[in-house]
Design a protein around this ligand. Structure first.
Ligand code: SF4
Length: 317
């Protein structure tokens, strides 16, 4: 009997590694799940625990209620603060209202808070490189009194920013920025203020850095890049940008339903990655969808192996 020939065209899928959940996201999700287990439903969560629609919907199904402000939470139910961190005023208010609160701020965001506090105590004016309005930026700026931190979003901002004392400034950054864009902003700051105090260790976190490195490798070999992640996820948006610059036509999609097969016209190789808040099951969903129309050959492209794990708060461990 002659072998059956597939009528589906061939397509190579390159899977970027690492991709998807980081240690901070994994910890934040576990905090909500365990809080529901420990205290019963509902458990309130201030802001999306991580910026992913699927994660939020699943946790809603388990008994989480998502709100934007603390005053929306009844004082007799526990509240979880999202992985992005909160201004100090939020935990102060929770204490005042004698609420049970669990802080799911990623330890690498807390590290930036500590660093900013250290510079402030040393009398330095602080520049925060980040995106206006992002909850992490709001949380980091809210660690210190109003006016202590100046937000710089671009090279242009870095060129025009006027410090009170140019000899006494420091910078910290949002954890989920583009490594390359941030390097340009830092270079512009250093060119103007050679004495600027820099972070002990990179503020852009290991997960952001590793996922951007991996996507560059995959996008450089792909016609099209599919990034699983929600549009409000900073690190997912950055992955699509970095992948686009590395040469692929990049699309950010929430899940397989967001995939338009017309994007793949003429493509022989498709790269796939996922932002740090996107579950792996969504990657599998895209592969399954592609397999309906193409004869797939799937290759895992390893960049870095990650072994980072963060401890849970003692009350939930
Ligand atoms: Fe923490 Fe980085 Fe993950 Fe954000 S992306 S939660 S900073 S490990």
């Amino acid at each position: 009997m002659s072998p059956t020939l597939s009528s589906r065209p061939p397509l190579t899928v390159l899977l970027a590694t690492p991709r998807g959940f980081c240690a901070g996201v994994d910890r934040a999700i576990q905090i909500v799940e365990r809080a529901i287990g420990r205290f019963g439903a509902p458990v309130y969560v201030r802001h999306e625990i991580v910026h992913n629609r699927h994660v939020v919907e699943r946790l809603k199904g388990l008994g989480a209620i998502f709100v934007e402000e603390l005053e929306e939470c009844p004082p007799d139910r526990p509240v979880v603060f999202s992985a992005h961190g909160v201004p100090k005023s939020v935990s102060a208010e929770a204490k005042l209202r004698k609420m049970i609160y669990l802080d799911a701020t990623c330890p690498l965001v807390s590290k930036v808070h500590v660093e900013a506090g250290r510079h402030f105590d040393a009398g330095r004016e602080i520049v925060l490189i980040g995106h206006a309005g992002h909850p992490e930026v709001v949380g980091t700026m809210g660690q210190l009194p109003a006016g202590a931190v100046t937000l710089v979003q671009s090279v242009e901002d870095a060129r025009t920013f006027t410090p009170k004392d140019p000899a006494n400034i420091a910078f910290v950054t949002q954890t989920t920025l583009s490594v390359d864009d941030t390097a340009e902003i830092v270079a512009a700051l250093k060119a103007r203020f050679p004495e600027i105090a820099t972070p002990y260790k990179e503020d852009i976190c290991y997960a952001t850095t590793n996922r951007q490195e991996a996507v560059k490798t995959v996008a450089g070999r792909s016609d099209v890049l599919l990034v699983l992640g929600s549009a409000n996820s900073s690190n997912s948006v950055r992955l699509a940008e970095v992948g686009g610059r590395a040469g692929a036509r990049a699309y950010l999609i929430d899940d397989a339903d967001g995939l338009d097969l017309a994007w793949l016209a003429g493509a022989q190789t498709v790269g796939v990655t996922a932002g740090a808040s996107a579950p792996e099951v969504l990657v599998q969903g895209v592969i399954d969808r592609l397999a309906e129309s193409f004869e797939l050959s799937v290759e895992e492209i390893d960049a870095q192996r990650e072994t980072v794990i963060f401890k849970l708060p003692r009350v939930l461990a």
